[in-house]
Design a protein around this ligand. Structure first.
Ligand SMILES: *[C@@H]1O[C@H](CO)[C@@H](O)[C@H](O)[C@H]1NC(C)=O
Ligand SMILES: *[C@@H]1O[C@H](CO)[C@@H](O)[C@H](O)[C@H]1NC(C)=O
Ligand SMILES: *[C@@H]1O[C@H](CO)[C@@H](O)[C@H](O)[C@H]1NC(C)=O
Length: 185
């Protein structure tokens, strides 16, 4: 949109400049150029202001970042629901189910950092629908953390989530020190 505006402005200015070119040519072109530069400056300032209020985020952007708040003791294959949303541009992350659903076909980047509560090991898995795309482990002992990363191509409607590694007995993941992040590349 911005570029259409700038191009229209530019064309208008060129037309003005050529209409007046017959008379005092260089003076009129100089005036048109100054007006054009001023208009570009105004557009850039407006764009920055809109950016600050967040209303100018393009509708094709997708990014989320969420924290787990309670300590959660996970059963086998239980989904970890990161319930506190910090960023959810494009609203593709669901804080009630812990699912990220790709709104468009594309390459997506995911990360998860987690802490165990002190005692049990924690084994997690990141899955796309039901196929594993990453796995992470936090060893037993006080304050040991684990992490997972993935970069995958997703089709619209595919789901990525973090879950307890299937087959393990109950393990506890530490609230407020565990995050799930993702974005469209
Ligand atoms: C995490 O932080 C929230 C808000 O500060 C607090 O209510 C909650 O008890 C904390 N969770 C844990 C497991 O400490
Ligand atoms: C993600 O899941 C979809 C649906 O099951 C599958 O078609 C696609 O190949 C998977 N991609 C990766 C990288 O696992
Ligand atoms: C992936 O899982 C989602 C949600 O369960 C489902 O809607 C979608 O059809 C699945 N995709 C494939 C290719 O199985």
């Amino acid at each position: 949109m911005k570029y259409i505006f700038i191009s229209m402005l530019f064309i208008t200015c060129i037309i003005f400049a050529s209409v007046y070119a017959g008379e005092d040519c260089s003076r009129k072109i100089g005036k048109a150029k100054a007006a054009l530069l001023e208009a570009i400056d105004t557009l850039q300032r407006t764009n920055r202001l809109l950016g600050e209020t967040g209303s100018a985020i393009p509708s094709n952007k997708v990014a989320f970042h969420a924290r787990l708040t309670p300590d959660v003791t996970l059963g086998s294959a239980q989904t970890v629901i990161f319930d506190h949303v910090i960023t959810n541009i494009g609203k593709a992350y669901n804080l009630h189910t812990g699912h990220f659903t790709a709104p468009f076909n594309g390459i997506y980047v995911f990360a998860c950092t987690f802490l165990q509560t002190g005692g049990t090991t924690v084994n997690l898995q990141m899955v796309n629908n039901s196929s594993e795309i990453s796995r992470g482990h936090a060893a037993s002992g006080a304050g040991v953390a684990g992490s997972m990363n993935a970069v995958i191509y997703m089709k619209k409607g595919d789901v990525v989530k973090v879950r307890h590694y299937p087959g393990y007995g109950s393990q506890t993941i530490n609230g407020n020190w565990s995050y799930f992040t993702g974005y469209l590349l």
